[in-house]
Design a protein around this ligand. Sequence first.
Ligand code: PAP
Length: 318
Amino acid sequence: MAMSCVPEHNETLSIVEKGWKPFELSQYQGFWLPLKYFSETMACREHFESSKDDVILITTPKSGTTWLKALSFTVLNRTRHDLNNHPLLTRNPHELVPWLDLDLYVDGKIPDLTNLPSPRLFFMHLPYELLPTSIIESNCRIIYLCRNPKDTFVSLWLFLNKYLSEDEAPVPVEEAFELFHRGISLYGPFWEHLLGYWKASLERPERVLFIKYEELKEDPAFHLRRLADFLGCPFSDEEEREGLVEKIERFCSFESLKSLEVNKIGSTRLGGENKNFFRRGVVGDWENHLTEEMIEKLDKLTQQKLEGFGLTFKDAKK
Ligand code: PAP
């Protein structure tokens, strides 16, 4: 039975930032969380009981979440679902892999997740430092996907503007950029989000797989094999012979998913229109939206924040 849980954390939400429309963000332990879903996140942090077989997909918003969900779901369930009669043909990836806190701990109520088939596949945007402790303690697998900051910012800015109602003016790129650069963005600061998982992947590589969107784009088949190995279900010789890796690559490609009827209509449970999760799907679109000054500022900050940790991006347009 679902229990109600309304956590008393309001005293910790001292700073609220309204600029990143349509979500007001509140600072919590150094990160910016959407105020609207605070009860969901806190209930999940306090009550989620992880098992070591769980697989948790984590991304910074607009790093390719939809793609990672499609790939991971397909790889994990490949003996159960034939590609010719597959759930992704009729359901959006966000429907198949639930957002652990926002989809399942609705209004802070605690769901019963014990009957879900194993391995349970969930998704979150939470930074490593704010994960439910049971996720760390259970030693379950975490797959983290991130993307270069310039494309992430552009994708986020354009996506959030689509959420605004007709009477709300779009947020100008200059305003959104200023906030992002100051670290104020959904689940940001962006760089600290990356570093939390980057360090964890270096410390516990068998439990935390770190993937960059740009590298996934460059060689999806290589990363599909890496994903399957990490999940403990490597592609067999027979699957390799029949070209299954390449078939999954094509099946989950931007063009293929975007062209499906289900991804042209309808919305996710939280109100994002399915079609808005498939915009351009390329590396380097930032060149079409950012000024020279913005590019320089963001590159400089990224270098300052990440270089010492050996984390870099190949973000040039191909
Ligand atoms: P979310 O974090 O809000 O769930 P997410 O799926 O990460 O969103 O963001 C969508 C981005 O991934 C879009 O990038 P763009 O705005 O730069 O175009 C979208 O086009 C891209 N994307 C979605 N599906 C795929 C795919 N199969 N392959 C490559 N990129 C994809």
